[in-house]
Design a protein around this ligand. Structure first.
Ligand code: BDR
Ligand code: CA
Length: 316
């Protein structure tokens, strides 16, 4: 079984993706690392611990990570408007008293470095939130880049509108400097942007069917997605919820679900386009005047088999 570390800000769709990994015979989850994003980091940590317990895997380590982006001067953006104050659609299942945990050990970066060093070339990292922890690991220890088997990222919007604003997708917008470091670090990297995940939509009827199907997590998934559904319908005008993080996890569990193009990805770090992800596929000719050609290429998701991804989610 492939070893997996999930870097995450749970988060409703993060929760679904994490449960997919715990359920899969293809992978062994060897740790979760948390980051700010959908919720402040202490709540992300509480939620990650809850998901390990829910999946009957309380022994899986959870390492808490960054509380804020590397350098961004604006306030840290938290998407409680989409995920609820508790990150689970205000169900308060993980934290009934809704206590904000005290600052604990910020060890995600060291955890990532140590775990991949223990298993060089064996660990896949799935990044479902802002890329701050990954950038810190890349900067702190060059062996991290060498030791990672593969990094699969949910982030960016390629040749498509963002979801924070027309330029930027949430995870990349939340720490554009970190994203640019990670995309150009030279790791074996795949990225799934919201240009793919907005094609993967689960509607209310399908979520009710999941609840009634009697699967292990069906009722839980239905309950935590009520708030998320309301937000999608009222803010995005979508008749259902986008399966962002679950699509990324599906691409890890079954590589045949997504096709890729290869190229250099850079991130705009400043101004009104901060968080914009740009892909250079060399179509204009990779000549020496193109400075981007000197960066290592990565794989960018190009097409997705939406119905097959949804089948995986329906089995939760
Ligand atoms: C990403 O932002 C978060 O709200 C979701 O969990 C997902 O990781 C989509 O833009
Ligand atoms: Ca997420």
């Amino acid at each position: 079984r492939r070893k997996l570390i999930i870097d995450t800000d749970p988060g409703i769709d993060d929760a679904m993706a994490i449960l997919m990994a715990f359920q899969s015979p293809e992978v062994e989850v060897i740790g979760l690392t948390t980051v700010f994003g959908n919720v402040p980091t202490p709540i992300a940590t509480t939620n990650a611990l809850y998901l390990c317990a829910l999946a009957d895997c309380p022994e899986v380590p959870v390492a808490e990570g960054a509380w804020a982006p590397l350098t961004k001067s604006e306030p840290t953006r938290i998407s409680d408007y989409a995920h609820g104050e508790d990150g689970f659609g205000n169900t308060h299942v993980a934290n009934p008293g809704f206590v904000k945990a005290e600052k604990v050990d910020q060890s995600a970066c060291d955890f990532l470095i140590e775990k991949v060093a223990q298993h060089p070339g064996e660990v896949t990292v799935v990044a479902l939130g802002p890329l701050t922890n990954l950038a810190l690991a890349v900067r702190k220890d060059p062996s991290f880049v060498k030791n990672v088997k593969e990094l699969c990222i949910l982030g960016g919007a390629f040749f498509a509108s963002g979801n924070v604003n027309p330029a930027a997708e949430f995870n990349i917008y939340s720490d554009p400097d970190a994203a640019d470091i990670v995309f150009t670090a030279g790791m074996n990297t795949r990225v799934i942007g919201i240009n793919l995940t907005t094609q993967v939509i689960l509607n209310d009827k399908e979520l009710t069917d999941i609840k009634d199907s009697g699967t292990k997590y069906g009722k839980y998934v239905h309950d935590i997605t009520r708030f998320y559904m309301y937000w999608h319908v009222t803010s995005d005008g979508v008749d259902g919820i986008f399966l962002h993080d679950p699509t990324c996890m599906a691409a890890v569990l079954d590589p045949s679900l997504v096709t890729y193009r290869t190229g250099v990805v850079r991130v705009e770090t400043q101004g009104i386009c901060a968080g914009l992800t740009l892909l250079d596929m060399g179509l204009k000719g990779w000549n020496s005047s193109n400075l981007w050609m000197h960066q290592p290429p990565i794989k960018v998701g190009w097409t997705v088999e939406a119905n097959r991804v949804k089948e995986l989610v329906k089995n939760l």
